[in-house]
Design a protein. Structure first.
Length: 126
């Protein structure tokens, strides 16, 4: 079961880094597009006073609630921390809604968690 935890830790670190990298690329392109759109909008520039903060809020939400916990859970799993499997389960459940890759990661996380709990329960003295 330790090999599955290691694989899961690597998956979470890689996907966390990819999420952060993707958000940086999206932020770069949005920062290029927004001024161009604002100039093209003319009299309708008032839309950008709420549109830009909305984009920033969504990006911060994704980074704080998905990418960072994923990185922390991956680090904890690779270092054998006892709390890491619980955090990975929480992040995995959040990823279930990200079809198809996130769903697969979430299902794999749940399976590893259940198997790990079952093995701990079978090895504990009665």
């Amino acid at each position: 079961m330790e090999s599955h935890k290691r694989i899961l830790g690597i998956i979470y670190i890689v996907t966390g880094i990819l999420l952060l990298f993707g958000m940086m690329i999206a932020s770069f392109f949005i920062s290029l597009i927004i001024p161009w759109l604002a100039d093209a909008a003319g009299d309708e520039q008032w839309v950008f006073t709420w549109l830009v903060p909305l984009f920033r809020t969504v990006a911060i939400f994704i980074c704080v609630f998905i990418a960072l916990p994923s990185l922390i859970a991956g680090w904890g799993l690779l270092n054998g921390r006892t709390w890491a499997m619980t955090l990975a389960l929480i992040v995995g459940c959040l990823r279930l809604f990200s079809f198809p890759i996130g769903t697969a990661i979430g299902i794999y996380t749940i399976w590893v968690y259940v198997e790990d709990s079952r093995q701990k329960q079978n090895t504990s003295p009665a």
